[in-house]
Design a protein around this ligand. Structure first.
Ligand code: HEC
Length: 147
């Protein structure tokens, strides 16, 4: 009897594991409630931001990440790996400290952990390397699907 319950649960839960996380379904809502206050469309582009980081830091504006195309720059694009370095919980960083955007993932430990896990699952190849250090294979292993 108990076996049937386990099998039924596996069948019901399988879409979650098969389809994983997507930008539209899982990441967009987290970005909207936790990150866009400072990374919305009125924020500087990555290019503008890089020209005058100090100015934007003072007014608490990070580069814009308001849509899929712009967020991907920080994952597998021109600033690949930046998202992972900033969001890491400290388990992969050299100094053991979380990335400086980790704090914004939630107002308490359990919420931060939950949202961090969603990001990790979505990106799937989690490493903190800079763009130049990432191999083609490592770049391809980054999934981060839009839909
Ligand atoms: C209170 C404002 C604020 C919030 C909220 C915030 N950020 Fe940031 N973010 C910044 C600022 C300012 C910078 C640039 C300064 C710096 O590099 O630390 C930045 C930098 C970044 C960078 C690095 C960009 C680069 O060019 O290397 C990433 C990635 C990032 N944020 C992701 C996020 C994510 C994801 C969230 C939500 C979980 C978030 N941020 C929430 C203000 C914020």
């Amino acid at each position: 009897m108990r076996l049937w319950i386990i099998i039924a649960a596996m069948v019901l839960l399988s879409p979650l594991t098969v389809y994983g996380a997507t930008y539209e379904k899982d990441i967009k809502p987290i970005m909207a409630s936790k990150c866009l206050v400072c990374h919305d469309k009125d924020a500087p582009t990555l290019e503008e931001f890089d020209k005058d980081k100090e100015k934007y830091k003072k007014i608490m504006k990070g580069p814009k990440m308001e849509n899929y195309k712009n967020i991907m720059m920080f994952i597998n694009g021109s600033d690949a790996g930046a998202m992972m370095r900033r969001l890491d919980d400290g388990k992969n960083t050299k100094d053991g400290k979380p990335g400086n955007m980790h704090q914004y993932l939630g107002s308490a430990d359990d919420e931060r952990k939950k949202n961090f896990d969603v990001f990790k699952k979505w990106i799937s190849s989690w490493n903190l390397k800079k763009k130049a250090e990432l191999s083609d294979g490592e770049l391809k292993a980054i999934t981060a699907p839009e839909k």
